[in-house]
Design a protein around this ligand. Structure first.
Ligand SMILES: C[S@@+](CC[C@H](N)C(=O)[O-])C[C@H]1O[C@@H](n2cnc3c(N)ncnc32)[C@H](O)[C@@H]1O
Length: 209
């Protein structure tokens, strides 16, 4: 299966700087085009990840960090399942501005490739859906996700199949297992954006630090 990157105009892998990625998504936000495209393309990443998480997490009062939340598609899915405490972060202010009013307790414009502003063990779970892809967020962000997640919390993510090995996500994930930072609950190839011939690995890992 071809594993390409997709987007609204230029190929994602040509974006070298974080400001370029932000500008790319800011433009995609115009006229709500990002959400319209995701619906038209039957983007299933947020729903598939939320449903898989929901098999393991029964407490709906937990605090969830949505890393690379964009317009809030993950929290929209989780809310349907009864979860209610969401904290979002993204590099695109214009996508953040499109998140439904009141859905998130906080929304921050931050670069997920840097040390995060949150204290250790702040969240019960972390989601990162659609954001481990070409030119976006690198594997070392997983160290920060583990730092800000409580022990026994779940880290839920997708990784575009096209970057999984090339960016070293395979090694990073195994290294975290070897160092007893987390253990695997689920890891499988999800549909994700199959209408565009793009699939992603979907992982749910339990923090064991
Ligand atoms: C494909 S979208 C996914 C958005 C949302 N999670 C969803 O599933 O619809 C990728 C997101 O990653 C964000 N992003 C890319 N690089 C980032 C970075 N370095 N720091 C924070 N967010 C970033 C983009 O702004 C965009 O919102």
């Amino acid at each position: 299966m071809a594993q390409k990157d997709i987007g609204n105009k230029v190929p994602l892998h040509t974006l070298k700087k974080v400001e370029d990625v932000a500008a790319y998504y800011d433009e995609w936000a115009l006229n709500n085009k990002y959400d319209k495209d995701m619906e038209a393309w039957n983007y299933t990443g947020p729903k598939e990840t939320s449903e898989t998480f929901n098999k393991y997490q029964k407490n709906k009062n937990i605090e969830i960090f949505d890393a690379g939340c964009g317009t809030g598609l993950v929290a929209v899915e989780l809310k349907k399942m009864g979860y209610q405490n969401f904290y979002g972060a993204d590099i695109s202010q214009k996508l953040l501005d499109l998140a439904p009013q009141g859905l998130y307790k906080s929304l921050e414009r931050i670069d997920l490739n840097k040390k995060l502003i949150y204290e250790d063990d702040k969240f019960d779970s972390v989601f990162c859906v659609g954001t481990f892809t070409f030119g976006h967020v690198k594997p070392d962000a997983l160290d920060e996700f583990i730092r800000i997640t409580k022990n026994n919390g779940l880290i839920c993510f997708t990784i575009n199949v096209g970057v999984y090995k090339d960016y070293g996500f395979d090694k990073k994930i195994n290294n975290l297992i070897d160092n007893n930072k987390w253990k695997k609950l689920e890891f499988f190839k999800s549909n994700y954006l199959s209408s565009k011939d793009v699939n992603a690995w979907l992982g749910i890992y339990k923090v064991t630090k």
